[in-house]
Design a binder for this molecule. Sequence first.
Ligand code: SAM
Length: 384
Amino acid sequence: MPHAVIKTRTPIIALDNKNVFFSKRFQLFIAPISVKCEDFVVRVYQKRSKIVVKLDKTTYPFITDDVKSAILGFAEYLANKLNGGIVSHNLNRTYKDCVFVGNYLLDVRSINEMGVNNLLKSNRVRLEVGMGRGEFLLETAKSNPEVEFIGVEIANEPLLKAAFRFAKEGLSNVKVIKHDARYIFDLFDANSVECVYVNFPEPWFKFKKIKHTLLNMDTLKKIERVLKKGGNIELLTDNLAYAVSVVTALETHTTLKNAQNRCIDIFKGSVDTYFERRWKRRERTIYRVIYEKTVESEAGEIDKMAFPLKVKQNYVLKNGLIFKILDVFENSSDQRIVEVTFGRSINPQHSYFGLTNTDELFLIPQSIFIADEDALKSLELATI
Ligand SMILES: C[S@@+](CC[C@H](N)C(=O)[O-])C[C@H]1O[C@@H](n2cnc3c(N)ncnc32)[C@H](O)[C@@H]1O
Protein backbone atom coordinates (compact mmCIF):
# COMPACT_ATOMS: atom_id res chain seq x y z
CA MET A 1 0.00 0.00 0.00
CA PRO A 2 1.43 3.45 -0.87
CA HIS A 3 2.69 5.21 2.24
CA ALA A 4 5.27 7.62 3.67
CA VAL A 5 6.75 7.77 7.16
CA ILE A 6 7.64 11.08 8.81
CA LYS A 7 9.80 11.52 11.88
CA THR A 8 8.87 14.41 14.16
CA ARG A 9 8.45 15.29 17.84
CA THR A 10 5.43 17.52 17.19
CA PRO A 11 2.02 15.88 17.81
CA ILE A 12 -0.25 15.83 14.73
CA ILE A 13 -3.03 17.35 16.78
CA ALA A 14 -1.07 20.62 16.45
CA LEU A 15 -1.95 20.84 12.76
CA ASP A 16 -4.44 23.46 11.62
CA ASN A 17 -5.50 22.96 8.01
CA LYS A 18 -8.99 22.88 6.48
CA ASN A 19 -8.09 19.84 4.41
CA VAL A 20 -7.41 17.60 7.39
CA PHE A 21 -10.25 16.00 9.34
CA PHE A 22 -9.49 14.67 12.81
CA SER A 23 -11.17 11.54 14.07
CA LYS A 24 -13.44 11.91 17.08
CA ARG A 25 -12.49 8.41 18.29
CA PHE A 26 -8.92 7.64 17.37
CA GLN A 27 -5.57 9.39 17.23
CA LEU A 28 -5.70 9.87 13.49
CA PHE A 29 -6.89 12.16 10.77
CA ILE A 30 -7.91 11.77 7.15
CA ALA A 31 -7.39 14.07 4.19
CA PRO A 32 -9.59 13.88 1.08
CA ILE A 33 -7.44 14.34 -2.04
CA SER A 34 -8.32 14.78 -5.72
CA VAL A 35 -5.90 14.37 -8.61
CA LYS A 36 -6.40 14.24 -12.39
CA CYS A 37 -8.46 11.03 -12.60
CA GLU A 38 -8.93 9.96 -9.03
CA ASP A 39 -10.46 11.07 -5.75
CA PHE A 40 -9.20 9.31 -2.66
CA VAL A 41 -8.49 9.56 1.04
CA VAL A 42 -5.23 9.30 2.96
CA ARG A 43 -5.17 8.26 6.60
CA VAL A 44 -2.57 9.72 8.91
CA TYR A 45 -1.70 8.41 12.36
CA GLN A 46 1.10 8.89 14.85
CA LYS A 47 3.13 6.19 16.57
CA ARG A 48 5.40 7.90 19.10
CA SER A 49 7.78 10.04 17.02
CA LYS A 50 6.64 8.53 13.69
CA ILE A 51 3.76 9.70 11.56
CA VAL A 52 2.44 7.30 8.93
CA VAL A 53 0.66 8.70 5.87
CA LYS A 54 -1.15 5.90 4.10
CA LEU A 55 -3.52 5.53 1.17
CA ASP A 56 -6.92 4.51 2.47
CA LYS A 57 -8.07 1.13 1.16
CA THR A 58 -11.72 2.08 0.79
CA THR A 59 -11.30 4.64 -1.96
CA TYR A 60 -8.52 2.58 -3.58
CA PRO A 61 -7.62 4.56 -6.68
CA PHE A 62 -5.37 3.38 -9.49
CA ILE A 63 -1.89 3.77 -8.06
CA THR A 64 -0.53 5.96 -10.81
CA ASP A 65 2.24 8.56 -10.62
CA ASP A 66 -0.37 11.28 -10.01
CA VAL A 67 -1.68 9.47 -6.95
CA LYS A 68 1.82 8.73 -5.64
CA SER A 69 3.04 12.28 -6.08
CA ALA A 70 -0.10 13.66 -4.40
CA ILE A 71 0.52 11.45 -1.35
CA LEU A 72 4.20 12.36 -1.30
CA GLY A 73 3.38 16.07 -1.69
CA PHE A 74 0.96 15.84 1.22
CA ALA A 75 3.56 14.00 3.37
CA GLU A 76 6.14 16.69 2.54
CA TYR A 77 3.67 19.39 3.54
CA LEU A 78 3.03 17.61 6.87
CA ALA A 79 6.73 17.05 7.54
CA ASN A 80 7.35 20.71 6.92
CA LYS A 81 4.46 21.90 9.12
CA LEU A 82 5.39 19.57 11.96
CA ASN A 83 9.14 20.34 11.89
CA GLY A 84 10.00 16.82 10.81
CA GLY A 85 11.28 14.95 7.77
CA ILE A 86 10.23 12.01 5.61
CA VAL A 87 12.32 8.98 6.59
CA SER A 88 10.89 6.39 4.18
CA HIS A 89 8.27 5.96 1.46
CA ASN A 90 7.32 3.75 -1.47
CA LEU A 91 6.10 6.55 -3.72
CA ASN A 92 8.67 6.57 -6.48
CA ARG A 93 7.47 7.22 -10.01
CA THR A 94 6.58 4.17 -12.10
CA TYR A 95 5.75 6.12 -15.28
CA LYS A 96 2.14 4.96 -15.17
CA ASP A 97 -0.11 7.84 -16.10
CA CYS A 98 -3.80 7.81 -15.32
CA VAL A 99 -4.93 9.43 -18.57
CA PHE A 100 -4.93 6.23 -20.64
CA VAL A 101 -6.74 4.39 -17.83
CA GLY A 102 -9.36 7.14 -17.75
CA ASN A 103 -10.22 6.31 -21.38
CA TYR A 104 -11.30 2.83 -20.36
CA LEU A 105 -12.72 3.42 -16.91
CA LEU A 106 -16.45 3.56 -16.14
CA ASP A 107 -16.56 5.66 -12.99
CA VAL A 108 -18.75 4.14 -10.26
CA ARG A 109 -20.18 7.58 -9.45
CA SER A 110 -21.45 7.95 -13.04
CA ILE A 111 -22.77 4.40 -12.86
CA ASN A 112 -24.76 5.30 -9.74
CA GLU A 113 -26.22 8.31 -11.48
CA MET A 114 -26.98 6.83 -14.89
CA GLY A 115 -26.92 3.01 -14.63
CA VAL A 116 -24.30 1.12 -16.64
CA ASN A 117 -26.31 0.68 -19.85
CA ASN A 118 -26.86 4.42 -20.30
CA LEU A 119 -23.08 4.92 -20.33
CA LEU A 120 -22.59 2.49 -23.22
CA LYS A 121 -22.87 3.03 -26.97
CA SER A 122 -24.17 -0.40 -27.91
CA ASN A 123 -27.04 -2.57 -26.73
CA ARG A 124 -24.93 -5.65 -27.41
CA VAL A 125 -23.07 -6.02 -24.14
CA ARG A 126 -20.95 -8.78 -22.63
CA LEU A 127 -19.35 -8.78 -19.22
CA GLU A 128 -16.32 -10.45 -17.71
CA VAL A 129 -16.01 -10.44 -13.94
CA GLY A 130 -12.63 -10.93 -12.29
CA MET A 131 -10.97 -10.15 -15.64
CA GLY A 132 -7.43 -10.12 -14.18
CA ARG A 133 -4.91 -8.88 -16.74
CA GLY A 134 -7.52 -8.72 -19.48
CA GLU A 135 -6.05 -11.26 -21.92
CA PHE A 136 -9.39 -12.98 -22.55
CA LEU A 137 -11.28 -9.71 -22.88
CA LEU A 138 -8.72 -8.34 -25.31
CA GLU A 139 -8.95 -11.29 -27.71
CA THR A 140 -12.73 -11.64 -27.41
CA ALA A 141 -13.28 -7.91 -27.94
CA LYS A 142 -10.97 -7.89 -30.97
CA SER A 143 -12.89 -10.68 -32.63
CA ASN A 144 -16.32 -9.17 -31.83
CA PRO A 145 -15.99 -5.46 -32.69
CA GLU A 146 -19.78 -5.02 -32.85
CA VAL A 147 -20.14 -5.97 -29.16
CA GLU A 148 -19.27 -3.74 -26.20
CA PHE A 149 -17.31 -5.52 -23.47
CA ILE A 150 -17.09 -4.62 -19.81
CA GLY A 151 -14.43 -6.04 -17.52
CA VAL A 152 -14.90 -5.83 -13.78
CA GLU A 153 -11.87 -6.24 -11.56
CA ILE A 154 -11.26 -5.42 -7.93
CA ALA A 155 -7.47 -5.53 -7.86
CA ASN A 156 -5.38 -2.58 -8.97
CA GLU A 157 -2.32 -4.23 -10.47
CA PRO A 158 -3.95 -6.60 -12.97
CA LEU A 159 -6.40 -3.88 -13.98
CA LEU A 160 -3.58 -1.47 -14.78
CA LYS A 161 -1.93 -4.17 -16.89
CA ALA A 162 -5.22 -4.81 -18.68
CA ALA A 163 -5.76 -1.11 -19.41
CA PHE A 164 -2.22 -0.85 -20.84
CA ARG A 165 -2.97 -3.84 -23.09
CA PHE A 166 -6.22 -2.30 -24.37
CA ALA A 167 -4.54 1.06 -24.97
CA LYS A 168 -1.65 -0.56 -26.88
CA GLU A 169 -4.12 -2.31 -29.20
CA GLY A 170 -6.26 0.83 -29.51
CA LEU A 171 -9.39 -1.10 -28.49
CA SER A 172 -12.54 0.99 -28.52
CA ASN A 173 -15.18 -1.58 -27.54
CA VAL A 174 -13.95 -2.27 -23.99
CA LYS A 175 -14.63 -0.54 -20.70
CA VAL A 176 -13.54 -1.49 -17.20
CA ILE A 177 -15.13 -1.08 -13.78
CA LYS A 178 -12.75 -0.99 -10.82
CA HIS A 179 -14.84 -2.40 -8.01
CA ASP A 180 -16.14 -5.50 -6.29
CA ALA A 181 -18.24 -7.19 -8.97
CA ARG A 182 -20.80 -8.50 -6.49
CA TYR A 183 -22.43 -5.07 -6.20
CA ILE A 184 -22.42 -4.13 -9.85
CA PHE A 185 -25.20 -6.27 -11.34
CA ASP A 186 -28.04 -4.19 -9.86
CA LEU A 187 -26.80 -1.24 -11.91
CA PHE A 188 -27.45 -3.01 -15.24
CA ASP A 189 -30.86 -3.06 -16.93
CA ALA A 190 -32.70 -6.36 -16.74
CA ASN A 191 -32.34 -8.54 -19.91
CA SER A 192 -29.44 -6.44 -21.24
CA VAL A 193 -26.29 -8.61 -21.21
CA GLU A 194 -25.49 -11.30 -23.79
CA CYS A 195 -22.97 -13.18 -21.73
CA VAL A 196 -21.28 -13.10 -18.33
CA TYR A 197 -17.83 -14.72 -18.42
CA VAL A 198 -16.08 -15.78 -15.23
CA ASN A 199 -12.63 -17.27 -15.79
CA PHE A 200 -10.95 -18.74 -12.72
CA PRO A 201 -12.81 -16.58 -10.22
CA GLU A 202 -10.80 -17.24 -7.06
CA PRO A 203 -7.58 -19.04 -6.39
CA TRP A 204 -8.91 -20.04 -2.99
CA PHE A 205 -12.02 -21.83 -1.85
CA LYS A 206 -12.11 -22.08 1.89
CA PHE A 207 -15.14 -22.43 4.12
CA LYS A 208 -14.37 -19.32 6.14
CA LYS A 209 -14.10 -17.29 2.94
CA ILE A 210 -17.38 -18.50 1.49
CA LYS A 211 -19.08 -15.19 2.24
CA HIS A 212 -16.55 -13.50 -0.06
CA THR A 213 -17.21 -15.93 -2.92
CA LEU A 214 -17.84 -14.11 -6.17
CA LEU A 215 -20.43 -16.55 -7.53
CA ASN A 216 -22.69 -17.12 -4.56
CA MET A 217 -26.45 -17.62 -4.60
CA ASP A 218 -27.14 -13.86 -4.49
CA THR A 219 -24.83 -12.91 -7.35
CA LEU A 220 -26.08 -15.78 -9.49
CA LYS A 221 -29.67 -14.54 -9.08
CA LYS A 222 -28.50 -11.03 -9.99
CA ILE A 223 -26.69 -12.40 -13.06
CA GLU A 224 -29.88 -14.18 -14.09
CA ARG A 225 -31.74 -10.85 -14.04
CA VAL A 226 -29.24 -8.99 -16.25
CA LEU A 227 -28.82 -11.72 -18.87
CA LYS A 228 -30.80 -11.48 -22.10
CA LYS A 229 -33.08 -14.37 -22.96
CA GLY A 230 -30.74 -16.80 -24.78
CA GLY A 231 -27.72 -15.30 -22.99
CA ASN A 232 -25.25 -17.37 -20.98
CA ILE A 233 -23.17 -17.39 -17.88
CA GLU A 234 -19.89 -19.19 -18.64
CA LEU A 235 -17.59 -20.30 -15.84
CA LEU A 236 -14.12 -21.83 -16.10
CA THR A 237 -12.47 -23.14 -12.96
CA ASP A 238 -9.83 -25.64 -11.90
CA ASN A 239 -11.77 -26.27 -8.71
CA LEU A 240 -14.41 -28.99 -9.00
CA ALA A 241 -15.97 -28.16 -5.62
CA TYR A 242 -16.44 -24.57 -6.79
CA ALA A 243 -18.07 -25.73 -10.06
CA VAL A 244 -20.39 -28.03 -8.08
CA SER A 245 -21.39 -25.21 -5.71
CA VAL A 246 -22.19 -22.92 -8.65
CA VAL A 247 -24.22 -25.58 -10.47
CA THR A 248 -26.13 -26.38 -7.28
CA ALA A 249 -26.98 -22.71 -6.75
CA LEU A 250 -27.96 -22.26 -10.40
CA GLU A 251 -30.22 -25.32 -10.32
CA THR A 252 -31.89 -24.47 -7.03
CA HIS A 253 -32.13 -20.67 -7.10
CA THR A 254 -32.42 -19.67 -10.77
CA THR A 255 -34.39 -20.69 -13.86
CA LEU A 256 -31.23 -20.87 -15.99
CA LYS A 257 -30.73 -24.12 -17.90
CA ASN A 258 -27.60 -26.16 -18.48
CA ALA A 259 -26.34 -25.52 -22.04
CA GLN A 260 -23.81 -28.36 -22.38
CA ASN A 261 -24.07 -32.16 -22.47
CA ARG A 262 -23.15 -32.31 -18.81
CA CYS A 263 -23.64 -29.67 -16.11
CA ILE A 264 -19.88 -29.63 -15.56
CA ASP A 265 -17.79 -30.32 -18.63
CA ILE A 266 -14.04 -30.79 -18.94
CA PHE A 267 -12.72 -27.82 -20.92
CA LYS A 268 -10.30 -28.76 -23.68
CA GLY A 269 -10.04 -25.36 -25.37
CA SER A 270 -8.04 -22.32 -24.32
CA VAL A 271 -8.76 -18.78 -23.16
CA ASP A 272 -5.01 -18.19 -22.76
CA THR A 273 -5.18 -16.19 -19.54
CA TYR A 274 -2.51 -15.97 -16.85
CA PHE A 275 -4.40 -18.33 -14.56
CA GLU A 276 -5.30 -20.80 -17.30
CA ARG A 277 -1.62 -21.05 -18.25
CA ARG A 278 -0.71 -21.48 -14.60
CA TRP A 279 -3.18 -24.33 -13.98
CA LYS A 280 -2.28 -26.02 -17.26
CA ARG A 281 1.42 -25.99 -16.32
CA ARG A 282 0.43 -27.80 -13.12
CA GLU A 283 -1.62 -30.24 -15.21
CA ARG A 284 -4.83 -29.37 -13.41
CA THR A 285 -8.15 -30.31 -15.02
CA ILE A 286 -10.20 -27.30 -16.09
CA TYR A 287 -13.97 -27.46 -15.70
CA ARG A 288 -16.55 -25.49 -17.63
CA VAL A 289 -20.10 -24.60 -16.63
CA ILE A 290 -22.46 -22.91 -19.12
CA TYR A 291 -26.03 -22.02 -18.20
CA GLU A 292 -28.51 -20.28 -20.47
CA LYS A 293 -31.34 -17.93 -19.68
CA THR A 294 -34.63 -19.15 -21.14
CA VAL A 295 -37.18 -16.94 -19.39
CA GLU A 296 -37.20 -13.14 -19.72
CA SER A 297 -36.95 -11.24 -16.41
CA GLU A 298 -39.37 -8.58 -15.36
CA ALA A 299 -37.96 -5.21 -16.38
CA GLY A 300 -37.99 -2.44 -13.79
CA GLU A 301 -36.40 0.93 -13.24
CA ILE A 302 -33.04 1.03 -11.48
CA ASP A 303 -33.51 2.75 -8.12
CA LYS A 304 -31.71 6.07 -7.71
CA MET A 305 -30.32 7.82 -4.64
CA ALA A 306 -31.60 11.20 -3.57
CA PHE A 307 -28.89 12.86 -1.46
CA PRO A 308 -28.76 14.69 0.92
CA LEU A 309 -30.26 12.19 3.38
CA LYS A 310 -31.04 13.14 6.95
CA VAL A 311 -29.53 10.61 9.37
CA LYS A 312 -31.90 9.45 12.09
CA GLN A 313 -29.78 6.59 13.50
CA ASN A 314 -26.01 6.03 13.64
CA TYR A 315 -26.42 2.28 13.72
CA VAL A 316 -29.09 0.03 12.28
CA LEU A 317 -29.00 -3.73 11.82
CA LYS A 318 -32.27 -5.02 10.41
CA ASN A 319 -33.40 -7.65 7.90
CA GLY A 320 -29.80 -8.58 7.10
CA LEU A 321 -28.92 -4.95 6.31
CA ILE A 322 -26.50 -2.74 8.16
CA PHE A 323 -25.80 0.98 8.41
CA LYS A 324 -23.14 2.05 10.87
CA ILE A 325 -21.21 5.29 11.23
CA LEU A 326 -17.75 4.01 12.10
CA ASP A 327 -16.11 7.35 12.69
CA VAL A 328 -16.75 11.07 12.45
CA PHE A 329 -13.95 13.38 11.29
CA GLU A 330 -13.98 17.13 11.75
CA ASN A 331 -11.80 19.93 10.38
CA SER A 332 -10.93 23.30 11.89
CA SER A 333 -13.98 24.88 10.16
CA ASP A 334 -16.36 22.39 11.82
CA GLN A 335 -16.98 20.55 8.55
CA ARG A 336 -17.54 16.84 8.96
CA ILE A 337 -16.80 13.67 7.02
CA VAL A 338 -18.18 10.32 8.19
CA GLU A 339 -16.87 6.85 7.52
CA VAL A 340 -19.79 4.49 7.04
CA THR A 341 -20.32 0.78 6.54
CA PHE A 342 -23.63 -0.09 4.90
CA GLY A 343 -25.47 -2.58 2.69
CA ARG A 344 -25.95 -6.33 3.28
CA SER A 345 -24.43 -7.14 6.67
CA ILE A 346 -22.69 -10.28 5.43
CA ASN A 347 -21.04 -8.35 2.63
CA PRO A 348 -21.23 -4.60 3.38
CA GLN A 349 -19.72 -1.67 1.51
CA HIS A 350 -17.62 1.02 3.08
CA SER A 351 -17.38 4.67 2.10
CA TYR A 352 -17.00 8.30 3.13
CA PHE A 353 -19.74 10.95 3.06
CA GLY A 354 -19.97 14.56 4.07
CA LEU A 355 -22.25 15.34 7.05
CA THR A 356 -23.84 18.76 7.52
CA ASN A 357 -24.32 20.28 10.97
CA THR A 358 -27.99 19.28 10.69
CA ASP A 359 -26.92 15.65 10.20
CA GLU A 360 -27.56 15.45 6.48
CA LEU A 361 -25.43 12.94 4.63
CA PHE A 362 -24.14 14.27 1.31
CA LEU A 363 -21.88 12.95 -1.43
CA ILE A 364 -18.27 14.09 -1.65
CA PRO A 365 -15.90 13.18 -4.51
CA GLN A 366 -14.48 10.48 -2.23
CA SER A 367 -17.90 8.80 -1.81
CA ILE A 368 -16.86 5.81 -3.87
CA PHE A 369 -19.37 2.95 -3.58
CA ILE A 370 -22.00 1.27 -5.68
CA ALA A 371 -25.61 2.20 -5.13
CA ASP A 372 -26.90 -1.34 -5.38
CA GLU A 373 -30.26 -2.39 -3.96
CA ASP A 374 -28.81 -3.36 -0.57
CA ALA A 375 -26.88 -0.10 -0.22
CA LEU A 376 -29.99 1.94 -1.00
CA LYS A 377 -32.20 -0.06 1.36
CA SER A 378 -29.73 0.25 4.24
CA LEU A 379 -29.40 4.01 3.68
CA GLU A 380 -33.19 4.21 3.66
CA LEU A 381 -33.35 2.39 7.01
CA ALA A 382 -31.05 4.86 8.74
CA THR A 383 -32.30 8.09 7.23
CA ILE A 384 -35.53 10.07 7.04
C1 SAM B 1 -7.62 -16.20 -10.21
S1 SAM B 1 -7.71 -14.58 -10.85
C2 SAM B 1 -8.19 -14.88 -12.56
C3 SAM B 1 -7.93 -13.71 -13.44
C4 SAM B 1 -8.24 -13.93 -14.91
N1 SAM B 1 -9.65 -14.14 -15.15
C5 SAM B 1 -7.41 -15.07 -15.46
O1 SAM B 1 -8.01 -16.05 -15.91
O2 SAM B 1 -6.18 -14.94 -15.45
C6 SAM B 1 -9.20 -14.01 -10.13
C7 SAM B 1 -9.43 -12.55 -10.37
O3 SAM B 1 -10.72 -12.20 -9.92
C8 SAM B 1 -10.62 -10.98 -9.22
N2 SAM B 1 -11.73 -10.94 -8.26
C9 SAM B 1 -11.95 -11.78 -7.22
N3 SAM B 1 -13.07 -11.44 -6.56
C10 SAM B 1 -13.58 -10.35 -7.22
C11 SAM B 1 -14.71 -9.53 -7.00
N4 SAM B 1 -15.55 -9.77 -6.01
N5 SAM B 1 -14.91 -8.51 -7.86
C12 SAM B 1 -14.07 -8.26 -8.89
N6 SAM B 1 -12.96 -8.99 -9.12
C13 SAM B 1 -12.72 -10.03 -8.30
C14 SAM B 1 -9.26 -11.04 -8.54
O4 SAM B 1 -8.77 -9.76 -8.20
C15 SAM B 1 -8.43 -11.70 -9.63
O5 SAM B 1 -7.85 -10.77 -10.52
